[in-house]
Design a protein around this ligand. Structure first.
Ligand code: LLP
Length: 419
């Protein structure tokens, strides 16, 4: 459920008409609903309320806007970060240090050191060498690094290949059969407190079965580690729950995930951790855009909008579907292709799609753009970096400025030998 609805013929985000945001901030612009973020955060937390010890670390890669992080921190969420930059954001937003989980397959030595100096709650190790380096860095500081070992369970998540992470052959984690040996070796190191294991098999999962299979394997590993005398106290079950993008999509709900987890993890006696991203942010945001032209095409008319693949990369990268809805629909429909101004055929949002009839100058949104939208934006074709707006009831604020091409140009230099 979200808070984007037509009221008196105009699409609103909560109590703010999108026409007003377009007039005052310009387009393209991402618009987020605070009420939707809060609702998703609470529904997800509620799904695990019956479990004794749960830590929720929002995967901030999905939407790392500072205001969004502040809002989710106020809901009690920690943060799953994958870079020094994300760590800095989580800290700036006031996420408690103990609630920060540092994931990522390529943490640099400098990033590991920063995490230690900041006193974050957990490092999710992706390999043995990383564990050795982290142990040495911690030992040299006279401290002990809290960590878990990420395993690769070799499960097909059944999602797009580019966002699948749990198959043998993917770069993530260590093969699960090598985990007991590596766990034993790393546990001996002063400077490292290995508390358990982590798993994350992919994103936009539409089926709980692969997750259940992965968790069951992790359960066997936990038992094996305990038999070997390791006190296992934490298991990070990752993120990955999908969201509906198309009208009529039915996906498992957080409550379904919660029920499955309660069943599979019964008797584990550990703190369970989750790293939800998309399920919190996806339907909390839209990309608001204005139609520049509608021009005839070979089969269908082309609706050329002022948003492009640099603003919302998902269709170009993953052939992702984002629903296109007119802000002031007339009731008429049309079949069209929707594309942006970037000079690539890949800059196409939809082909042969039935949509609300639109004309030059009309406003429309791409829905379900709150996750992996603005954060993946670029300035390709020397376009501005897209701004972000947060609506909360009847007020809104620009929570990320539009960065103009001139500002970006000002950071470039011509070396003196070319001047
Ligand atoms: N934890 C780890 C270790 C992850 O790698 C990810 C996502 C998450 C949690 C959060 O997963 P979520 O709950 O959002 O599914 N740009 C792609 C998605 C990439 C996901 C990467 N990892 C897209 O636009 O679909």
């Amino acid at each position: 459920m979200d808070h984007f609805h037509h009221r008196d013929g105009v699409l609103h985000c909560e109590d703010v008409p999108l026409t007003r945001i377009a007039d005052e901030v310009g387009t393209p612009v991402y618009v987020y609903s605070a009420a939707t973020f809060r609702r998703h955060a609470r529904v997800f937390a509620q799904a695990f309320a019956a479990l004794p010890d749960v830590h929720l670390a929002y995967a901030i890669k999905a939407n790392p806007n500072l205001a969004v992080l502040r809002l989710l921190a106020a809901e009690g969420y920690g943060a799953d970060v994958v870079s020094g930059g994300e760590m800095a954001r989580a800290l700036a937003a006031g996420v408690p240090r103990a609630g920060i989980v540092f994931s990522g397959v390529g943490k640099t030595r400098a990033e590991l050191a920063r995490g230690l100096d900041e006193g974050i709650g957990q490092f999710n190790l992706e390999g043995e060498e990383e564990g050795e380096v982290l142990a040495d860095l911690a030992h040299a500081r006279g401290t002990v690094a809290p960590a878990v070992l990420r395993v690769n369970p070799d499960v097909d998540a059944g999602t797009h290949a580019k966002i699948s992470t749990g198959r043998a052959g993917n770069k993530f984690g260590i093969p699960i059969d090598q985990a007991p040996g590596m766990f034993a070796r790393l546990s001996c190191r002063p400077g490292l407190a290995l508390h358990g294991v982590a798993v994350h098999i992919g994103s936009q999962l539409a089926d709980l079965a692969p997750l259940e299979a992965a968790y069951a394997r992790v359960g066997e590993l936990v038992a094996e580690l305990r038999r070997a005398g390791h006190p296992v106290t934490r298991v990070d079950l990752g993120g990955g729950l999908g969201v509906p993008y198309r009208p009529g999509d039915t996906l498992p709900e957080p409550a379904d995930l919660g029920a499955m987890v309660a069943c599979v993890t019964e008797g584990w006696g550990v703190q369970l951790q989750f790293e939800p991203g998309r399920v919190i942010a996806g339907n909390a945001g839209v990309l608001l855009t204005r139609v520049i032209w509608v021009k005839p095409g070979a089969q269908n008319p082309y609706v050329i909008v002022d948003a492009a693949m640099n603003d919302l990369a998902r269709p170009a990268l993953y052939d992702a579907y984002h629903e296109f809805v007119a802000v002031e629909p007339t009731g008429d429909r049309m079949t069209a292709n929707i594309a942006g101004p970037v000079c690539e055929t890949g800059d196409t949002f939809a082909v042969d799609r039935e949509i609300d009839r639109v004309a030059s100058g009309d406003l429309a949104v791409f829905r379900t753009a709150g996750a992996y939208g603005a954060t993946m934006a670029s300035t390709y074709n020397s376009r501005a970096l897209v701004p972000e707006v947060l609506v909360d009831g009847d007020r809104y604020a620009v929570v990320a400025d539009r960065i103009s091409p001139e500002t970006i140009l000002a950071a470039e230099r011509v070396p003196e030998w070319l001047a």
